[in-house]
Design a protein around this ligand. Structure first.
Ligand code: ADP
Ligand code: CA
Length: 421
């Protein structure tokens, strides 16, 4: 039987959620923060409503109650980081299934998250929060290098490595600017807006990702992926290859830490996307957990292509009340098949002329989807600014090794051409 779910502030660039909705007989009603054209060709969409969830979150919460009745909604969901707290509140107001607003806030505010991980006895890098440049002077026991980032950031925007006091001050200044220009307006919660700058220990080992799903307090890890070993000074998103080649014991340790992280934040239902890095002694440290499917729905592909588990389908089923014990816990159909996503590095800055090598990549047998976001003629600033991804390429592979070979192939095949000044 079909069900109807509101998707709050969707990303039209990523098709996986729409495809999964169609497969699960889910009709999607889009909740858009402002009017925009809905691209033709995306399946499962039956309507759209405009609610200014950032500009007027309280009024939008009043309005979602009527919309829920009018559309006969069975659920409300968001995969956009900045929409997660509003959506949790919308679920409370409408009586539909959702995560608690408190857990949503914990997953959105990196400072709160750190405190809860600490209370749960999880390994946590040292951390401090400052709200103005003057606060930096009074930090005790600060060691370099450290990482500076906005407490409510996303897409790695503003995340910087600081190796001395001068870099620290300039990084904090940049994050304060970003908070004023972007994050304060996009980080509403019922008592105010998140802001602040977190300064924390640099965990330098390889990075991993775990996608999870929780049902009535039982959290299941759906994969464990390798995310490279970014060294800074900026942390551009790059590769995602699952399963990682970590071996059973380390995979188990990484997944257990991620699961304990979900529990610490009170994320008892729904999806979780956890990023971790290893310390020099091999201990997994959680960098963050998001209460959503990672990458605006991209992580649905990584899970499904490697394991056969319909990640978004679990969420739809939980929301519409059809998740049952026969479907739980979800089981992987393969322990060796692999999936990857490759986020094209900028490799330059300024005015973009073109991307090269895309056609050649599309002919590779492992290449499954190519999403192009690049806009020739547009000016792209380097990180710590984020002016959009250029392209993301998704692969499905016989095993981890062939996935690794595919990522190397993409590195050597695709490049951006920049206008030379
Ligand atoms: P965002 O919400 O913007 O994605 P993250 O906290 O996930 O912010 O940081 C983005 C990236 O920066 C991470 O994926 C990681 O590569 C790097 N990073 C962030 N914090 C740390 C840290 N404490 N140690 C090492 N690397 C970090
Ligand atoms: Ca992140």
């Amino acid at each position: 039987m079909s069900s109807r779910i509101a998707l709050v502030h969707p990303s039209f660039d990523v098709p996986f959620l729409f495809l999964a909705a169609e497969k699960n007989d889910v009709e999607l009603v889009l909740i858009l923060p402002q009017d925009q054209v809905v691209p033709a060709g995306l399946p499962a969409i039956v309507g759209k409503e405009i609610l200014p969830i950032y500009a007027d979150p309280d009024d939008s919460l009043d309005k979602i109650v009527d919309l829920t009745e009018r559309w006969g909604l069975d659920g409300i969901m968001a995969v956009k980081e900045q929409a997660v707290v509003w959506t949790a509140n919308a679920c409370i107001r409408t009586g539909l299934r959702g995560i608690s607003p408190q857990s949503a806030i914990a997953a959105r505010d990196k400072y709160q998250m750190r405190k809860l991980f600490c209370q749960a006895g999880l390994p946590v890098p040292y951390y401090h929060v400052v709200h103005e440049l003057g606060d930096v002077d009074i930090l005790p026991d600060l060691k370099y290098p450290c990482v500076v980032k906005p407490v409510s950031g996303y897409n790695s925007e503003g995340v910087q490595l600081a190796s001395n006091e001068e870099q620290l001050l300039s990084s904090v200044r940049k994050v304060l600017e970003l908070n004023d220009n972007i994050y304060k307006a996009q980080s509403w919660h019922p008592e105010g807006h998140f802001h602040g700058v977190i300064i924390e220990e640099f965990i330098e080992g390889p990075e991993y990702v775990v996608e999870m799903f929780a049902w009535e307090g039982e959290v299941v890890a759906l994969n464990c992926g390798y995310k490279g070993q970014p060294r800074g000074p900026y942390f551009e998103e790059s590769v995602y290859l699952c399963p990682a080649d970590t071996g059973v014991a380390l995979t188990d340790a990484i997944q257990k830490t991620a699961i304990r992280g979900m529990q610490a934040l009170g994320l008892n239902n729904g999806p979780g996307h956890c990023e971790l890095r290893l310390s020099p002694d091999g201990t997994p440290y959680i960098l963050e957990i998001a209460a959503r499917i990672g990458g605006s729905g991209c992580a649905h592909f990584n899970v499904e292509a490697s394991s056969g588990i319909d990640f978004a389908g679990l969420w739809f089923k939980w929301l519409n009340g059809s998740l049952n014990r026969n479907l739980w816990p979800p089981k992987s159909l393969s322990s060796t098949e692999a999936a990857s996503s490759w986020i094209m590095p900028l490799g330059g800055e300024g005015e973009l002329i073109a991307l090269e090598g895309i056609e050649q990549a599309s002919e590779h047998p492992d290449c499954k989807h190519i999403l192009i976001f690049a806009e020739p003629g547009k000016v792209y600033r380097p990180y710590p600014h984020f002016d959009g991804f250029l392209a993301i390429i998704f692969g499905k592979h016989e095993n981890h090794q062939s996935g690794k070979a595919f990522l190397n192939f993409l590195d050597n095949t695709i490049s951006a051409v920049w206008l030379k000044n």
